[in-house]
Every structure is written in C-alpha cells, then in structure tokens.
Design a protein around this ligand. Structure first.
Ligand code: SFD
Ligand code: AMP
Length: 658
C-alpha cells in the first residue's frame, strides 16, 4: 500500500507554540483537577511550574460534565481495610491492595473539600429524615451525617459538581502562574495526541504534542514530569444506540482511550486490560441504576416478575462456583450474567420496578413528601444523565406509575468505576506485606520514568469513582512535586524531530486536501477513510470478534485471533485517515487512540485463559473462573517500532485478610 507523506502541499502548516513547564497535566478531569489543587500547594513555593491541557473546557469536561447525583466512595465510619475487601470482592479477587488501601485512607478528604467549595451534600436530620443539600446543616467535618444510599455511597445535589471542582483547580493554576511568572498555564480545547520520549533516555518522557481544535495551532510542551489522565475509553465498541440516538452512551464519549494508547506507545506496562465495564443501565438513555437500587430500594426482575439473581443462581453457581453463591453478595459482573440468562431465554425485557419502589416509600409519606420523592426520582437523572429524563418524557414514563427497561450496555474500558483496566503503577511503598518491586520511588508513577497517571488510568484499582479519582490525582500531584525536586537539574530534550511529528499529526488534513476531488461526496473516496467510517469499522470488529453486544459479550481464541488480524489491517489503513477540518482531525486521532486501547483489550482477553469477569465478558472456550492458574495480574507491553505486544503474568498478593 502506498504510504502517504505530509509535505504540507495540500494543507496549511499550523503555527507552532512551544511551552516549557515542569509538571504537565494532560486532561482536566477529576484526577488532573485534584493533582493541581494538591501539587500547586507544595510545588509553587519551590518555583515549580504547573500546566494543564484539556481537550475541552475544564468547567464541564470529562465524565462529570453533566454532574453526578451521588459520590460513590466516601469511607466515613468504614475502615480502609474494609474498602479493600469490598473492591477485591467486586473485582473477582485480583486488585492491587496497596493502591486501593492508599485510596481508601485518603478519599474522604477530597469529599470534605468538595463540600467546603460549595457542593451540597444531603444530610440525615435529627429525626432520621433525609434533607437534600439545599437545607442548612452541619458539614461532614462538623459532624453532619451524610445520607448514605449504600455502605460507600452518599447523595449530593451534584448538577454543578464539575464546575465546583474545576474552580478550585483553576484557582490553584492561577496562583501557580502568578507566583512562577509564566504567561499561560491552562490550555483548553487542545487535544494531546503524542508523548515524546527524552533524547537521551527512551524510557523517559520529556514532552507532549497536541493541537488546538479551534485554531490552526500546534502546541509543543516540554516538561520534567507529566500526569496522563485523559479518562477511560468510550465508543471503542459498537454502541447500542443507533442512528438518531447515536452519540448517547453511559460513559463520556469524549474520552477516547488516550490514556491507554499514549501510555502503551510510550512503553508503559498495562495491567488487566482484559477488564471492562458493562453497566446495567436504563435502556436507551443509559441512566445509572445505583441510586434506584440502593437509595430507592428498587427491585429489578424479568418480565414475569421473577428476581433473576435468585432464580438463576444455580445455573451460575454450576459454572462459576463460589462467585455465584449468595444472591446478596454478587459482583456487579455476575448480576449482569444473571440478567442476561433471562434475556437470552426470552424472559425480557428486564424491568426496574420504580413504580413499586416509590409506592412502598410513599406509604408513610405526606402529599408534600410524596411530591418531593417524585422530584428526587427525576433529579437523579437531571443531575447527571439528562438524556434519561428525556427518554422517560418521550416515552410517557412516570417512574411512580410505570416500570422502566434495563439493559447491559456496550463495553467501556476504564479503571475508576466498577472496572479495573489500566496502567501498572508504583504504589505508596509504606504498606506492610507488599512486594518491594511494587514501589519504585514515586506514588502512581508508571514504568516509564516521569510519566504518572491517576483515575481511570490506574489499573487493578477500581471503585474509586469521582471522589477517588480526585484523591488519586492529589496523591500523584504531590509525588510529581517530589519527582521535580529530586530531578531539579534535568532539562527535558525531545527525542523526536518536532517538525516530523507535526507533519504526522496533520497528515489526515494533507490526505484530505490531496484527494478530496476524486469523488463528489467527501465522505466516500477510494484514497482515504474519514473518521466516521474508521470508527464504524473499529466498532464492528470489536463488537463481532471481541465480545461486544452482538455476541452477548462472548468470544474465544479463534474469534480473537481473527479480530486482531482485522485490527492490524485497520491500523495499516490509519495512514489513510482524512480530516476535512480541525474537528475531524481530532476525531481521527481519537479513533486511533480507541484502536490502540481496543487492541490492548483484545490481546489481554486472548492471553487470559479463563472468564475472569463473567457478565462483563466470556471466553466460550474457557467458560469458568480458574483461580488456581489465573488469579494473577496480566501485564502487557507494546513495542512501538515492531507494533507487537508482549504479555506476561504477575503474582497477585493478598495483604488484607478475608
Ligand atoms: O451514577 C483530554 N461516575 C461516578 N462517580 C461517582 O462518584 N458517583 C457517581 O454517581 C458516578 N456515576 C457516573 C460516573 C460517570 C458518568 C459519566 C456517569 C455517572 C453518567 C464516575 C466518575 O465520573 C469517574 O470515575 C471520574 O470522573 C474519573 O476521573 P478521571 O479524571 O479519570 O476522568 P475524567 O473526569 O473523565 O477526565 C478526563 C479528562 O481528560 C480530558 N481529555 N485532554 C487532552 N487531550 C486528550 N487527548 C484528552 N482526552 C481526554 C477530558 O476532557 C477530561 O478533562 S454512576 O454511574 O455511578
Ligand atoms: P451505578 O449507578 O450502577 O453506577 O452504581 C452506583 C453505585 O452503586 C456503585 O458504587 C455501584 O457499585 C453501586 N450499585 C449499583 N447497583 C447495585 C446493586 N444492585 N447492589 C449493590 N450496589 C450497587
């Protein structure tokens, strides 16, 4: 196949802006906001410069863009060791207990800060009734009792959650900017597409290159250390939403696997990339279920009114043994499995019995309290997933009168919710019983020198959610300050020719300019592939071969090998991507990152010879959980030159007793 080159004959060369900094934060989500809040406090008096680069507007970027109605990790009266047990159980016995413990002992402080900054937290009144955050009440730090929906979750009025967290981050950036005398240290609508290694050390990062999605400008950042925290990977799989509903997903469509792709390309070890999250969600609007199950005490059944988690227990137990024994102790994945058994048997649709839950709660309520309950039901979605409220309205569903359909969604790759795909990182190093090699100096640093991650980026440590991602960003931010102080003399020098990288990034613009007149419809052309088509092809491969919805999340060795062959061909065709404008240029590189993340995922599922997460995915040829051989971490490393992956096992170590 002819290889395309960009000589800027058919597209305009961008202006190049260079920015030298000390700590580069790639992303502006919960983790990066936490990192700058914490890091700037320690680093600014030492003259350390922070720079944040977000592809979107930080006030409303990432997973928390629409807000949230609960904080899913607040330990409160619980011991961090209990938090470890809970996470270990839900993630099928394989987690990094040092990282999870570390998170558990720090997370509450972030929640206290959120409340301090203005986030309304629901409180339990003295008579035991619930009060939403609009009523005056003592703060959590003043002895206020949160309204717990579950053991770990607390309710909030969270429509403006991200704006509040971003405000604190922006203030920290501004303080750092003024004190260190730099001109600008917050770049929004700049999409980072490449990391660049150090000239003298291929296993060290020295910079990152990105482009503005609004102006013809490329940004070249050099930094001593960086936090790669661009969230998880959405739209790698063909979504359930089609045509007029396409674009709707549960996790944020803007997070396209940049975290995993850039880390892999830089040579970082990834861990448990076979893991994914398939959430059970309200059908078509992707509304989260947690508040309904936990706060409203709602039951989900098949269409015959049967509790599928009880009726299917024996079948699941026959296949997965101890992981399907007690109907009240099932993992998130196993609950999906049991739901799907009934869906396959034609007992769907699965129904969330919202009407019965609300009627039961309403039995002892006054009309005014009932009205409030109804408002809470709608608010749960209006605060974090507005599309679901629209689906209800459009389908004449009043939740107090009718049940709603539930559905397992397409798979997402993430490390902060009920999943644990991600990057292998150094732990804090002060937790007894942890192997020495799990700590290499700096908390949350990857195996690439100077490259840190947090939130969705950190693997083998799920159930952090929004609060935990912020807290983990803070841990990383502080460790990065130490890294800078320890490497005060280090001067980053880029290990690649910048003009060459810029030409590569802009290649899709050149390809488009060169060939656009070969056809009358710019979306169809024998010489190039537009991002929309590229994405459709990727999603079809992932869906059909790598356990997407069309095979009920099932795959096998032979299917995976064929899928990987198709992915290799797609990667070759990536050299023919075409972009009509800057927005499409971003779409091209997003899809390339999705492809890299999807490839890692497929390689890991192929390597692990058991169905470790039944209900998230199944290996038809290994339809069991094999603790004897596979209760271990799976590690991958990508070689950018040969485009090959190497995979290995690493021992799991239990620290917190059962
Ligand atoms: O209801 C680039 N989450 C929930 N957490 C909770 O605590 N409670 C809930 O109620 C939660 N639920 C929920 C949640 C998420 C969503 C979408 C819904 C409901 C509908 C999970 C948390 O939100 C999640 O765990 C954290 O936000 C993860 O934090 P982090 O920092 O890892 O990711 P991010 O916040 O999405 O930020 C990513 C940032 O990266 C930017 N970015 N920037 C530059 N260059 C690139 N190439 C980039 N690619 C991405 C993004 O713009 C963003 O700033 S419920 O379901 O349980
Ligand atoms: P979700 O809305 O599904 O993202 O879940 C929000 C929180 O509730 C997470 O901490 C979940 O682990 C928890 N959760 C959701 N559904 C259930 C359930 N059926 N049983 C126990 N916990 C749940």
């Amino acid at each position: 196949m002819e290889v395309e080159k960009n000589e800027f004959k058919y597209c305009e060369k961008p202006e190049v802006v260079t920015v030298d900094t000390d700590i580069l934060l790639i992303g502006g989500g919960m983790a990066c906001c936490g990192a700058v809040y914490e890091g700037a406090k320690w680093g600014t008096p030492k003259g350390i410069r922070f720079t944040m680069v977000d592809k979107a507007a930080t006030d409303r970027s990432g997973a928390v863009a629409q807000g949230l109605s609960a904080i899913n990790t607040y330990c409160g009266e619980n011991d961090p060791a209990d938090y470890v047990k809970y996470v270990r159980k839900d993630l099928m016995g394989v987690i990094r207990e040092d990282l999870v413990y570390d998170l558990g002992r720090h997370v509450d402080n972030s929640v206290h800060l959120f409340e301090e900054w203005g986030l309304p937290v629901w409180k339990r009144a003295e008579d035991g009734s619930t009060q939403d955050g609009s009523k005056p009440a003592p703060k959590l730090t003043e002895g206020g009792k949160p309204v717990r929906s579950g053991r770990w979750q607390i309710m909030i009025n969270g429509e403006s959650y991200k704006v509040i967290v971003a405000e604190a981050a922006k203030k920290a950036l501004e303080y750092n900017r003024k004190e260190t005398g730099v001109e600008q240290n917050h770049f929004e609508r700049v999409f980072i597409s490449e990391l660049i290694h150090d000239k003298n050390d291929p296993n060290r990062v020295a910079g990152a290159i990105g482009f503005s999605v609004r102006e013809n400008k490329v940004y070249v950042f050099t930094a001593k250390t960086m936090l790669l925290a661009c969230g998880g990977a959405v739209n790698v799989y063909r979504p359930r939403s089609t045509a007029e509903g396409q674009g709707r997903a549960w996790y944020p469509v803007w997070n396209a696997g940049t975290t995993y792709a850039l880390a892999a390309q830089a040579g970082a070890e990834l861990v448990l990339m076979e893991n994914r999250f398939v959430p059970a969600r309200f059908k078509d609007g992707y509304g989260p279920v947690g508040a309904w199950f936990l706060f409203f005490k709602c039951k989900a059944t098949n269409s015959l009114g049967e509790d599928y988690c009880s009726t299917n227990l024996k079948v699941a137990n026959d296949d997965f043994g101890k992981y399907a024994e007690d109907p009240h102790q099932l993992t998130t994945a196993m609950r999906n499995h049991m739901m799907m058994i009934d869906m396959k048997a034609g007992k769907g649709p699965i129904l969330m019995r919202t009407h019965e839950a609300m009627q039961a709660l309403g039995e002892t309520m006054t009309p005014k309290q009932l009205k409030h309950l109804e408002a809470e039901a709608w608010e749960d979605f209006l605060d974090m997933c507005i599309g679901q409220a629209v689906v209800w309205a459009g389908n004449n569903i009043e939740p107090d009168k009718l049940p709603s359909e539930l559905m397992p969604t397409e798979p997402y790759l993430l490390g902060s919710h009920a999943g644990c795909a991600g990057i292998w990182v150094s732990g804090p190093g002060d937790i007894a019983g942890i192997p020495d090699e799990w700590h290499w100096g700096y908390n949350r640093m990857t195996t690439v020198d100077g490259l840190f991650t947090a939130g969705d980026g950190v693997g083998a440590s799920g159930h952090k959610f929004s609060s935990g991602s912020h807290a983990e960003g803070r841990l990383a931010g502080k460790a990065m300050v130490s890294y800078c102080l320890d490497h005060a003399d280090y001067k980053p020098e880029l290990g690649r020719d910048v003009d060459e990288v810029i030409a590569e990034i802009y290649l899709p613009m050149e390809v488009y300019g060169k060939y656009k007149d070969y056809s009358t419809d710019t979306s169809v052309n024998p010489h190039y592939i537009k991002p929309k088509m590229f994405q459709a092809r990727l999603q079809k491969i992932m869906d059909e071969y790598v356990a997407g919805v069309s095979t009920w999340y099932t795959t096998s060795k032979t299917m995976l090998e064929k899928g990987l062959e198709h992915l290799t061909l797609l990667k070759e065709d990536a050299g023919k991507m075409a972009a009509e404008d800057l927005h499409e240029l971003m779409r091209c590189w997003e899809n390339y990152h999705r492809l890299m993340a999807g490839e890692a995922h497929a390689q890991h599922i192929l390597f692990r010879e058991d169905s470790r997460y039944p209900g998230y995915y199944f290996r038809a040829d290994h339809f069991y959980v094999d603790d004897e051989n596979w209760r271990c971490f799976t590690i991958s490393k990508y070689d950018r030159d040969s485009h090959t992956w190497s995979l290995s096992k690493r021992d799991y170590v239990q620290v917190v007793p059962d």
